[in-house]
Write a protein that binds this ligand. Structure first.
Ligand SMILES: Cc1cc2nc3c(=O)[nH]c(=O)nc-3n(C[C@H](O)[C@H](O)[C@H](O)COP(=O)(O)O)c2cc1C
Length: 195
C-alpha cells in the first residue's frame, strides 16, 4: 500500500463563499502548494454540520453518535499534516457552522481527558486566518481563542496567525496585499515547521 502524501487541511469557516476569509485561505493554500505540499480545502458551509448535543456519549465510546457529514471530516482532521482555519468574526467569535464543527471535536477531548487514549494521531502545525469588519469594541481575539482551544485537542500547534480588520465586502481583502502575502508565505512554510 502506498502512503497518502502529507496534506495541509484548509478549513474555510465562513458561510459566505469566496469572501474575505476564504480568499486569505486560498492564498495560504496556494503558498503551501507552491512549496510542494498537498492541500485539501474543506468548506464548512457545504457540510450542514449538526450541533453537538452535549450527550457525552463520546466520553463512553470516544465517538460521536450523530450520523451526519461530520463523519467525512473526522478522517481529514486525523490525517492532516497541518491544519489552517480561516474565519470571519461573527459577534466576536466564529460563525455558527464553524462552531458546530469545533463542538463536534468533543470526542477528541473525551478520548484524551476521559478515556486516557491518544486524542489525535499526531502533533502537527497549524495556522489561523481571521478577518473582521470592525466597528465594535470586541475584537477578533475570541475567534482566535476558540480556534486555539480546538487546536489543543486536535494536537495542533499554532505556528502563525494573520488578522485583517476593516473588511466587509469581499472585494475589500484586495486592499491588504501585505496580509495576503503573509498568508501565502505562512502556507509555504507550514510543513517545514513540523517539529
Ligand atoms: C452575522 C455577522 C456578524 C458579524 N459580527 C462581527 C463582529 O462581531 N465584529 C466584527 O468586527 N465584524 C463582524 N461582522 C463582519 C464580518 O466579520 C466581515 O464582514 C468579514 O469580512 C466577513 O468575512 P467573509 O467574507 O469571509 O465572510 C459580522 C458579519 C456578520 C454577517
Amino acid at each position: 500500500m502506498v502512503a497518502a502524501p502529507p496534506f495541509v487541511l484548509g478549513i474555510a469557516g465562513s458561510p459566505r463563499r469566496h469572501g474575505n476569509s476564504e480568499q486569505l485561505l486560498d492564498a495560504c493554500l496556494a503558498g503551501a502548494k507552491e512549496a510542494g505540499a498537498g492541500v485539501h480545502k474543506l468548506v464548512v458551509a457545504d457540510y450542514g454540520i449538526e450541533p453537538c448535543r452535549g450527550c457525552n456519549a463520546c466520553s463512553l465510546t470516544g465517538e460521536c453518535v450523530i450520523r451526519d457529514r461530520m463523519r467525512e471530516i473526522y478522517p481529514l482532521l486525523d490525517e492532516a499534516a497541518a491544519i489552517v482555519v480561516s474565519t470571519p468574526v461573527f459577534f466576536a467569535t466564529v460563525p455558527a457552522g464553524l462552531k458546530a464543527l469545533y463542538d463536534r471535536c468533543q470526542p477528541y477531548w473525551a478520548r484524551r481527558h476521559v478515556l486516557n487514549e491518544p486524542a489525535a494521531p499526531k502533533r502537527r502545525p497549524g495556522g489561523i486566518l481571521v478577518v473582521r469588519g470592525g466597528g465594535d469594541p470586541y475584537g477578533w481575539e475570541c475567534a482566535a481563542a476558540t480556534t486555539k482551544s480546538v487546536f489543543a485537542v486536535l494536537e495542533v500547534r499554532k505556528t502563525f496567525e494573520v488578522v485583517v480588520e476593516g473588511v466587509d465586502s469581499p472585494s475589500e481583502l484586495g486592499r491588504h496585499p501585505d496580509a495576503i502575502a503573509k498568508a501565502r508565505e505562512a502556507g509555504a512554510g507550514i510543513l517545514g515547521s513540523t517539529r
